[in-house]
Ligand binder design. Structure first.
Ligand code: ZN
Length: 247
């Protein structure tokens, strides 16, 4: 059966790459932003150019961050995240490429240098000018208490959550790291992505072209199921909890 096939592929792998999408985090209660009922069906995204050019839009963006309306506040890693962390700790998985911005791979124990974030990270902010990291808890006090839109304490530049906004290019360093990891992979394991959003959706076939095995665990069928060595349309936590048991 498919779970045994997936277990075999993982057993044979020496430098697997895990690729995670929204389905990974829906099992932690974070809605898929792009799905019906997700955040972008309820409110319009704030594009990067609007954030930079409009104080009103910056205020709206920060109001969203602290209202919890974006959905990731307080979320915890699920069984799938912990199984991935075990694979990394056991030396099976060289890198975790994620489209998620919720920091749950790091929270589950994957070292941050092993996590490649294609869409950035929503759990902290950075200065758009000098790149200095700012903690949301620190900015919260002056924003909610005094109404001050966050600015950089070092250079005065605009501060934004460290996500890649609509209208912002894909991050070149993360994309290059993801491509290098993919080219080196002997198993490419897709978890919770429907594989429709390019350029990220190109990675599985890039790995496959280089001779890697391809495994997909996603509740719904994906665009690339026909290319995979094993496909499971099941919950990630249930599958990986079974296939990658704790010691
Ligand atoms: Zn700065």
């Amino acid at each position: 059966m498919s779970r045994e096939r997936l277990a075999d592929l993982i057993r044979e792998a020496r430098r697997a790459v895990v690729f995670t999408g929204a389905g990974m985090s829906t099992e932690s209660g974070i809605p898929d932003f792009r799905s019906p009922g997700g955040v972008w069906s309820k409110m319009r995204p704030i594009y990067f150019d609007e954030f930079v050019s409009s104080e009103e839009r910056r205020r709206e963006a920060w109001t969203r961050v602290y209202s919890g309306v974006l959905g990731w506040t307080g979320a915890k890693p699920n069984a799938g995240h912990y199984a991935v962390a075990r694979l990394v700790a056991r030396g099976k998985v060289a890198a975790v490429i994620t489209q998620n911005v919720d920091n749950l791979h790091q929270d589950s124990g994957v070292p941050s240098e092993r996590v490649i974030e294609l869409h950035g990270n929503a759990t902290y902010a950075t200065c758009l000018d000098c790149g200095l990291r700012h903690e949301l808890e620190v900015l919260k006090q002056s924003f909610l208490g005094l109404g001050e839109i966050p600015s950089c304490r070092a250079c005065g530049g605009l501060v934004k959550t460290a996500t890649i906004s609509f209208g912002q290019p894909m991050p070149p360093v993360a994309m290059a790291r993801a491509e290098a990891a993919t080219l080196a992979a002997d198993l490419f394991l897709v978890l919770g992505s429907s594989l429709v959003v390019y350029p990220a959706a190109g990675f599985p076939l890039l790995a496959k072209d280089k001779g890697a095995r391809l495994a997909i665990v996603n509740r719904e069928p994906t665009e690339q199921d026909q290319f995979a060595d094993v496909v499971l349309h099941e919950e990630i936590g249930a599958v990986l909890g079974d296939v990658v048991p704790a010691d």
